[in-house]
Design a protein around this ligand. Structure first.
Ligand SMILES: NC(=O)C1=CN([C@@H]2O[C@H](COP(=O)(O)OP(=O)(O)OC[C@H]3O[C@@H](n4cnc5c(N)ncnc54)[C@H](OP(=O)(O)O)[C@@H]3O)[C@@H](O)[C@H]2O)C=CC1
Ligand SMILES: CC(=O)C(=O)O
Ligand SMILES: [Mg+2]
Length: 421
């Protein structure tokens, strides 16, 4: 396993040729004749405009709102690259659009907002929200991301989700559920170390608690988070260890480490002190905290995952946001709540334990079956859209986030299966 599977030049060429970027817009109606033009544009277009003025619900009938997501960032925490700014975040945001379209059929506009002010960011997003059926916030640093998401969820009646928080939480939770199955552990008994205390880390740790985890230690750039520290924000304070602890102490006999920080924040030496069959999720992108081949060399008993596409066990929010938004938007959910996230995590974990389709084995050039090298499904698995989106839709209805009480979930699953055909 090499440390990089693609060269920098390959990555640049991919983005530059045959045309710059990864997204374009296509139209869904013919505009070939004078009649077409009269319908698509003036005078015909005025008719749906007035219908929407009369009843805003009609926007879902006469415009692309129903199937359109915004991916919005201010570029303050782009992957693990840090605050590289709004414009430099655009390749990642276009990439999210590519994944939305290819994995769930949702259309996407990426929007890069050049501000670090919470107020300004929220007012920009609120002002453009009518265009969209859902808003995926991306790569916004903590702690600002928490307040931004809170305000937008409160103000808007379409699904708004900060992907780095909740997408990551859902996928890593599914990974932990299955790593427990593989190593015969119970979540309630795990000693979990979360390295990082930002957007992804806080939200992941919250979801692990919802799954039953009781012993979680968290580290930020200053060390272990404990109640003797006076420099903690309210989000970090939720995860205070009782008293002062050292970095080495939290790793000793830990069952799980989840890295959501940057390269080098924990080491092979730390992993050497962990329990038997340590579960090591080294999720920083693009460069993980430690490389999986180094972990396996030092600890052949380890169960390892990264966020990257070029290693086994890709614990990455690509397995979440396309399908979570698909399900939420299709039942017109007003928000994405914990019930929906937990339903997604369980559906994902369950799917990984079923037989892997032949086309996926062929695509990856090997036999794949549930075990320590295959904890979660591959992103190309066409069953994801059916299983995850329907689970999310059902949970939205059951939890009251959607009013579509009589929604026919069986028929919906059939429709979902057709999207990627
Ligand atoms: N695989 C996946 O699907 C995903 C992976 N990620 C990855 O997670 C990482 C964090 O992303 P995100 O939460 O959005 O970013 P944030 O900027 O919100 O958080 C980064 C966190 O890393 C902490 N950190 C920095 N240095 C250290 C250190 N030496 N030891 C421990 N913690 C440290 C920071 O500490 P402090 O608070 O003190 O500044 C901060 O809490 C990125 O690498 C990103 O690529 C994110 C989302 C999805
Ligand atoms: C995967 C992702 O969203 C991140 O690393 O930020
Ligand atoms: Mg991200």
């Amino acid at each position: 396993m090499s440390k990089t599977s693609t060269t920098d030049q390959e990555a640049l060429d991919y983005h530059e040729f045959p045309q710059p970027g990864k997204i374009s817009v296509e139209t869904t109606k013919p505009v070939l004749t004078q009649k077409d033009l009269s319908l698509a544009y003036t005078p015909g277009v005025a008719v749906p405009c007035l219908e929407i003025e009369k009843n805003p619900e009609n926007a879902y009938r006469y415009t692309s709102k129903k199937n359109l997501v915004a991916v919005i960032s201010n570029g303050t925490a782009v992957l693990g690259l840090g605050n590289i700014g709004a414009l430099a975040s655009k390749p990642v945001m276009e990439g999210k659009g590519v994944l939305f379209k290819n994995f769930s059929g949702l259309d996407c506009f990426d929007i890069e907002v050049d501000t670090e002010s919470v107020d300004r960011f929220c007012s920009v997003v609120m002002a453009i929200a009518p265009t969209f059926g859902g808003i995926n916030l991306e790569d916004i640093k903590a702690p600002e991301c928490f307040e931004i998401e809170r305000r937008l969820v409160e103000e808007l009646n379409i699904p708004v989700m900060h992907d780095d928080q909740h997408g990551t939480a859902v996928i890593s939770a599914a990974g932990i559920i299955n790593a427990c199955k593989v190593t015969h552990r119970k979540i309630e008994d795990l000693k979990i170390v979360v390295v990082g205390a930002g957007a992804a880390a806080i939200s992941c740790a919250r979801l692990y608690r919802k799954l039953g985890a009781r012993e979680i230690y968290m580290l930020d750039s200053k060390g272990v988070i404990h109640n003797g520290r006076s420099d903690l924000n309210a989000y970090k304070r939720e995860f205070c260890a009782g008293g002062y602890m050292t970095h080495s102490e939290v790793f000793e006999c830990a069952d799980v480490v989840v890295g959501l920080s940057k390269p080098g924040t924990f080491t092979i030496e730390d992993i050497m002190t962990m329990a038997n069959e340590p579960i090591v999720f080294t999720l920083a992108n693009p460069t993980p905290e430690v490389f999986p081949n180094d972990v396996i060399e030092a600890r052949p008993d380890a169960v390892v995952a990264t966020g990257r596409s070029d290693f086994d066990n890709q614990v990455n929010n690509v397995l979440g946001f396309p399908f979570i938004f698909r399900g939420a938007m299709d039942v017109r959910a007003r928000k994405i709540n914990d019930e929906m996230k937990l339903a997604a995590a369980h559906a994902l974990a369950d799917l990984a334990r079923t037989e892997v389709p032949k086309d996926i084995c062929e695509l990856y050039g090997k036999e794949i079956k549930f075990g320590k090298d295959y904890l979660i499904p591959k992103p190309f698995d066409k069953r994801l859209i059916v299983e995850i989106s329907s689970a999310v839709a059902q949970a939205a209805i059951d939890s009251g986030a959607s009013d579509m009480k009589g929604f026919d979930i069986k028929a919906y699953r059939k429709e979902l299966a057709k999207i990627l055909k």
